[in-house]
Design a protein around this ligand. Sequence first.
Ligand SMILES: [Zn+2]
Length: 154
Amino acid sequence: MNHEQYMTQAIDLAYENVIKDGGPFAAIVVKDEVIVGQGVNLVTKNNDPTAHAEVMAIRDACKNLGTFQLDQCILYTSCEPCPMCLGAIYWARPKAVYYAMNKHEAAQIGFDDAFIYEEIAQVKEKRKIPFIHIKTDDKRPFVGWKNKEDKIEY
Ligand SMILES: [Zn+2]
């Protein structure tokens, strides 16, 4: 299949998800021309604000491949990723991302993530959700990690 055909498959899944009980988003992960994972938006069904299609597809692909990195994979998502999914994609490290509908089109049907992008650029003190730094000298988790000899780095 070519890029457009994989995308059509993602759009089919997204549309099916609207007919069922999820948001209008879906994503698939392809490795060596084989679909190794897929996901749809299940935020309201699962009561999980992080259950976006891209995150669900990344989790599915990683589980199926037995890895925490998707560096040989391509992610096809029916819509341009939000900031959370953008971060998840960078952690998963696929070699490319293809998207269909864009964030402006998503905003027109009520999925406006522009405010999150604005919040990222905002100084912490001016963010809508307060982020308060508690200073501590208790660095056990970081010291423990630094000194751990059998750690799996990612
Ligand atoms: Zn997202």
